[in-house]
Structure formats: C-alpha cells, structure tokens
Ligand binder design. Sequence first.
Ligand code: FE
Length: 194
Amino acid sequence: MTGNHAELPVAARVRSLEERLIAAGLITDDELDGILTEVFESASPANGARMVARAWIDRAYAHRLIADGNAAAEELGFAAETTGYLLKAVENTPAVHNVIVCTLCSCYPTALLGPSPSWYKSFAYRSRVVREPRAVLAEFGLELAEGTEIRVWDANSETRYLVLPRPPESVSGMDEGTLASLVTRNGLIGTAAC
Ligand code: FE
C-alpha cells in the first residue's frame, strides 16, 4: 500500500478493502454484490417505523424495546439485520427529546432506518448537533419547548440508536400499518417529532 489510506475517499477505501478480501480468497465479487444487494434492498425506515408502531400500540413491547433493542427487533423479524451491534432505543417523552449522531463518521442502524441521508454524514451536523442541538433541530423545523431536555446520543460501530418518537394524541382505532406510516426516517433519527 502506498500513501495514507485514511486520506483516500471512502468509496476508494471500500473498494480497496473489497479487492484485498477477494485477492485473499475470502469472498468473490459476486458474493459481495449479493450481500450488498440484500442489505440495501431490505434496509428501510419502514422497518424502524414498524417497531415504533408496535411500541405505540403495545406498551409491553415498548418496555422490551427500551430494555433490549436487539431482542425487540428480533421479535419483528429483524434479527439478522441487527446483529453485530447493540441496538438501543431511546424514548421521547413530553420532557425529553432524543437525537442521534455519529460524531466520528455515520454509524446508524441502516437496516431499520434506511441508508443514512447525506446531512447525517456531514461534518456540520456531526459537530453542531452536539454543541447546539436546539438550534440544529430548529433548522430541521423542529421547535422544542424551552423546558424540553435534549439528549444527544453518539453512536459508534458497536452501539447504535433508534429514537422512539412520541405517539399521536390517540392511537385507539388506528392499526399498526397506519401508525407506522406516520413515522419518518427523520423521526427515527430525532430531527423530526415523528
Ligand atoms: Fe460512525
């Protein structure tokens, strides 16, 4: 290897890693493509939204989700998607709003939130949301009451977060699918109310 690997653009670093794995006989190009296709085809905020909708309807599930995110994901069939890291769900309440970031890079539970938006990976978001979360959230159109505590969770490759937004005023009479359709990717990140 020549040059400083860390200075290469991410795509080039990924490709160089892929080529080394292939050269070492650990995986073939086709196998690698297959894995990536599978990951990105199933990765969607609809998955995280399903977990939120279930938590809104079923308080016992919400408790399990907060206590053990991986087990709660597994209950809804997302076991394979959430292996390899600790999934922590953080719950919004009238007093506390949660927002997630990866200050180092862009860690996030992709399978449950879909591919991360470019702003999530931006240096501006990663640095500012820690220093001035209220101002950053306001720029997203989320104006929180003065008294609301904002908790910023810094993810890494081992621990990743999902925000459990506050439910609508009344969930009675709404089925899980309808409730899930109210949940957005930004709601799961915490840059939107829901
Ligand atoms: Fe990261």
